[in-house]
Write a protein that binds this ligand. Structure first.
Ligand code: FE2
Ligand code: FE2
Length: 254
């Protein structure tokens, strides 16, 4: 009752400005019958000032309740997650899987009995697993946001890595460096989509890309760049190469 009276009082003051509707924040002033000056701000601010209530959950939740999907195909959790973000996350899953597949091919090559560079085999096996984990983390994120994971085809990787001038170890490591840089480019594209997402109020995607991927990616580029530099320094000499694997990759030979 008090609320209705207050609202009526506020609206009755609008005749003091007959030519135009005052903006929501404008304070309307006038004298009442007893000669006292009264003020009323049009809009919710006034309502809050009058009632002392700043959050009315059962009123405000009504519009959210209307948005809860009823069809079973639709995600219940999805909120502020635009289609462009969903597609970009699926694309990045494919990038990570492709890189994982290439590294797995490198593991298989260096693990051969007539190649037998176990340190590099182990390094690329772990790298392959790490890239797959990156893909899986993106899948979990896609589901968390209410998107749908759509796996795409992956390309058949190389199975031979020998190179007449560079040798197989340097060639494979340079290839790995190029792949990491390419992955970084793709992540920056996702970062571009992130800006679109941020405009839609999706700061969660921004936080996810930055904290989980961008920092780690530049670390990987630095690490593999150092391996390339060291492999160039030791050349194709097998003895030096053993030392490189033991000291730098921390993988010994049995
Ligand atoms: Fe990755
Ligand atoms: Fe990586």
């Amino acid at each position: 009752m008090l609320l209705r009276a207050a609202a009526a009082s506020a609206s009755s003051l609008s005749f003091f400005n007959p030519n135009a509707e005052p903006p929501r924040s404008v304070i309307v002033r006038g004298k009442n019958a007893s000669g006292l000056v009264v003020c009323a701000a049009k809009g919710s601010t006034n309502h809050r000032a009058l009632t002392g209530v700043i959050f009315e959950p059962f009123e405000e939740v009504k519009k959210e309740l209307d948005l809860v999907p009823s069809v079973p195909q639709a995600s219940l959790a999805r909120q502020k997650y635009v289609d462009e973000s969903e597609a970009a996350v699926n694309e990045q899953i494919n990038v990570e899987y492709n890189v994982s597949y290439v590294y797995h091919g490198m593991f298989a090559y260096f693990d051969r009995d007539n190649v037998a560079l176990r340190g590099l085999a182990k390094f690329f096996k772990e790298s392959s697993e790490e890239e797959r984990e990156h893909a899986e983390k993106l899948m979990e994120y896609q589901n968390k946001r209410g998107g749908k994971v759509k796996l795409q085809s992956i390309v058949m990787p190389l199975s031979e890595f020998d190179h007449a001038d560079k040798g197989d170890a340097l060639y494979a490591m340079e290839l790995a460096l190029s792949l990491e840089k390419l992955t970084n480019e793709k992540l920056l594209n996702l970062h571009g989509v992130r800006q679109v997402a941020t405009k839609n109020g999706d700061v969660q995607l921004a936080d996810f890309v930055e904290t989980e991927y961008l920092g780690e990616q530049v670390e990987a580029i630095k690490r593999i760049s150092e391996y390339v530099a060291q492999l160039r320094r030791v050349g194709k000499g097998y003895g030096d190469f053993q030392v490189f694997c033991k000291v730098e990759l921390n993988y010994g030979y049995e």
